[in-house]
Design a protein around this ligand. Structure first.
Ligand code: FMN
Length: 196
């Protein structure tokens, strides 16, 4: 069995929707399962401590989730052309995993949601790959054989799935297809690497 961790931050639900479609793509592959996890928001001032279990949606990720996964899909809304601070904050707590090499050699992909079409999807996706490369992960993107990549008039990039949330109409069909494609690709790659 290959376990793909779908780890994301989402303030308003768009990136969470993408995470669910990526999980569906993972589950479409025999022998693979998706584990959905999120991270708590952060504040510039210490207002209060978050509940250890969120009121709704995925539960918060732990370092054990990272250690035990066979592959990782990492998702964030675009905040000023980059990943959101809460996800970066969690990544910055993974030094122990970095030194142990627990993620090294495992496949990883990235996904993002933006408010506008040209609001920095690619810069966010590329910058999200950097800590994963430091962790020794093998980056998986989307190939041009995915027809939706060429046909989309909304989100979708070779660097990973994306979503344009401007109209609040939910994911377009092309965006859903590309989310599922990344999930399936990660699952198949993780299974092959485990068997090698
Ligand atoms: C602090 C902040 C910065 C943002 N920066 C950008 C940006 O650089 N480009 C963009 O297109 N949208 C930007 N947005 C909009 C979000 O990326 C967009 O609404 C996204 O779909 C939210 O995802 P979520 O529903 O998962 O939180 C920003 C939103 C916030 C709150």
């Amino acid at each position: 069995m290959a376990k793909i961790l779908v780890l994301y931050f989402s303030r308003n639900g768009a990136t969470a929707d993408m995470a669910n479609y990526i999980a569906r793509g993972v589950a479409s592959v025999d022998g693979a399962e998706a584990v959905l996890r999120t991270v708590p928001d952060v504040s510039a001032v210490c207002e209060k401590t978050a509940e250890s279990i969120p009121a709704h949606g995925a539960i918060y990720a732990t370092l054990d989730d990272l250690k035990s996964c066979d592959g990782l899909a990492l998702g964030s809304p675009t905040h000023f052309g980059n990943m959101a601070a809460p996800l970066k904050y969690f990544i910055d707590s993974t030094t122990e995993i970095w030194f142990s090499g627990a993620l090294s050699g495992k496949p990883a992909g990235v996904f993002t949601s933006t408010g506008s079409m040209h609001g920095g999807q690619e810069s966010t996706l590329l910058s999200m790959m950097l800590p994963l490369l430091h962790q020794g992960m093998l980056i998986v993107g989307l190939p041009s054989t995915e027809h939706a990549l060429r046909e989309t008039t909304s989100g979708g990039t070779p660097y990973g799935p994306s979503h344009v949330s401007t109209n609040h109409t939910g994911l377009s069909d092309h965006e859903k297809i590309l989310c599922k494609a990344l999930g399936a690709r990660l699952a198949k790659t993780a299974l092959r690497l485990k068997q090698a």
